[in-house]
Design a protein around this ligand. Structure first.
Ligand SMILES: [Zn+2]
Length: 213
């Protein structure tokens, strides 16, 4: 089975949702370098303190720090049978550094048309009071504009407005295209096309697990 997996996909492609369901079904951890960094900073580990110097200045944490944190994480027992990397690598330099610390079996490239991403993300609304997240298409509130949980008002984040989403997608494509080619040339990348806005997550997860097997 191919269980050392990288997930690639634009913002709003559902990487996190699919990864966490696969994690439950196959019992392999989902690893996000963003989460690892936040955890290291919170726990004030040696490397976390280094990372915080950059984060507190609003700078990107350098690759060698991220790779070191990832290396420590991948050495833990629960990664013995595999892992799903979500949000890393983003560049070829990072991919090469990753090759030096582990072997990757498979890269799942989620291909989602722009209009679907825009539809999905721009239908997301958030409670101003408690932060609960709703989606007008897949998870609408019971009463329009009002939070089910606390009765607070719902609003759309600036990041989720269509023109901002298009900009984020452009950045993603420019940044990730070389990485997709890098893994495709190595013959370990598989495209998963999700071209419907209402495809149930379970269906996509089944497709991914089949490829892993
Ligand atoms: Zn609320």
């Amino acid at each position: 089975m191919k269980t050392r997996v990288i997930f690639l996909g634009p913002p709003g492609a559902g990487k996190g949702t699919y990864a966490s369901r696969i994690m439950e079904r196959l019992n392999i951890p989902q690893i996000s370098t963003g989460d690892l960094l936040r955890e290291a900073i919170r726990n004030r580990t040696e490397i976390g303190i280094k990372a915080e110097e950059y984060v507190s200045q609003g700078k990107l944490v350098p690759d060698d720090i991220v790779i070191e944190i990832l290396k420590q994480r991948l050495a833990k027992d629960d990664c013995k049978n595999g892992f799903i990397l979500d949000g890393f690598p983003r560049t070829i330099e990072q991919a090469k550094a990753l090759d030096n610390i582990t072997h990757i079996d498979l890269v799942i490239n989620l291909v989602v048309p722009d209009e679907i991403i825009v539809k999905r993300l721009s239908s997301r609304i958030i409670c101003k009071r408690c932060g609960a997240v709703y989606n007008l298409i897949t998870l609408p509130p019971k009463k329009e504009g009002i939070c089910d949980k606390c009765g607070g008002p719902l609003y759309q984040r600036e990041d989720d407005k269509p023109e901002v989403i298009m900009q984020r997608l452009d950045v993603y494509k420019k940044q990730t295209a070389p990485l997709v080619e890098y893994y495709r040339n190595r013959g370990i990348l598989v495209d998963i096309v999700c071209d419907k806005v209402d495809t149930p997550p379970e269906e996509v997860v089944d497709r991914i697990i089949k490829i892993m097997r």
